[in-house]
Design a protein around this ligand. Sequence first.
Ligand code: GDP
Ligand code: ZN
Length: 312
Amino acid sequence: MAAIAAEGVVMRSVGALYRVRLPEGQLIEATLRGKLRLQGLKTTNPVAVGDRVELLSEGGTWVIAAVAERHNFIARKAVKASSQVQILCANVDQALMVASLKEPFTALGYIDRFLVMCEAYHVPAVVVFNKTDLLESEKELGRLDDFAFIYEQAGYPVYPVSALAATHQAEVLALLKDKVSFLAGPSGAGKSSLINLVDPTLQLRTGVISTHTLKGRHTTTFAEMYPLAFGGYVIDAPGFREFDLVNIGPEELGGYFPEFRKLMPGCQFNNCLHTHEPNCAVRAAVERELLADTRYHTYLGMLGALQAEQQK
Ligand code: GDP
Ligand code: ZN
C-alpha cells in the first residue's frame, strides 16, 4: 500500500506517542520513525510541542518521518547537573509567565529565572500577575505595583489580571490572538483558568493539585498545545518548579537581564561579572536604586550556580 504523506503540528507528546494536528484541524496519534529518534542525541525529546512535522501513513498507522527546521525553541536541563536537554516547546512567538502574589505566592527568583531562559532563547516574554482579586489591603496592592514596576523597568510588558473576576479579558485576548504563546508558571497560579476565560470552548481542567500528590511526581509533566477559537495557539506547560538553564557561561548571564544589558557598555571591563569589579555600571545602578535589587539578587544567585558548575 502506498504511503500517504501529510504535514501537521505536534500538540502533545507522551512518551513515544505524539498527537499531531493536521491542517484541517483533525488530530491524529503518531510515533517516531526509529531513524529520527537517534538524531536527538543530547535531547530527551527529539520532537517537541510546536514542531512542524511530516507524516506518513502506512496501513492506518501514522509515523513522523521528518521535523521541519525550528525557527526557535525553549529548552531546559532534563535533569539537574546533566548535559541532556528537554525541549519545552518549538516555534513560539512569545512566552507568558503566569504568576500570582497569593495562593500561591510566586517567588520573584522563579519569575526571573523563567525570563532569563526566554532571553537565552530569544523569545519575547510577558509577565502576567493573576488573582489580583485576592489582593485587598493597601500593602498587598502596593506590592503588586512594586512587582509590576520591577518587570516594566526591566523591559517586560506586565499584565495584572484576575481570571476569576474576568478583568482585562480583552487585553489578554488581544495578547494571545493569532500568536503561538507558551504559558508557564507555578501550579495553581491560574494558567488553565486564564485560558478558559479567553476561550471558554477549551474547558481546560482547573483546580489546585495538592502538594501531597505533587511530591510523588517526577518531571513527567507534559506541555500541551491548544488552538484558540479566535486565532492562535497556547501551549500550557504544567507547573514547573524550576527552570534549569542549559549550559551558559557565567560571563553570558548579564546579557540575559535586559536592563543590565543596556548598562553593560558602561562597565570598565568588557568581561565584567558585575560583582566586585571597579567602575561597574550595573552595580552603580543597583546602588542608586535605578535597578531592582531583587533582579540583581537573582543574578548573583544564578551566577554563583554557574560558576560552581564550571569548576566541577
Ligand atoms: P494552573 O495550575 O496554573 O492551571 O491553575 P488553575 O487554573 O487550575 O487554577 C488554580 C486554582 O486557582 C483554581 O481553583 C482556580 O479556580 C483558582 N483561580 C484561578 N484564577 C483565579 C483568580 O483570578 N482569582 C482567584 N481568586 N482564584 C483563581
Ligand atoms: Zn559590570
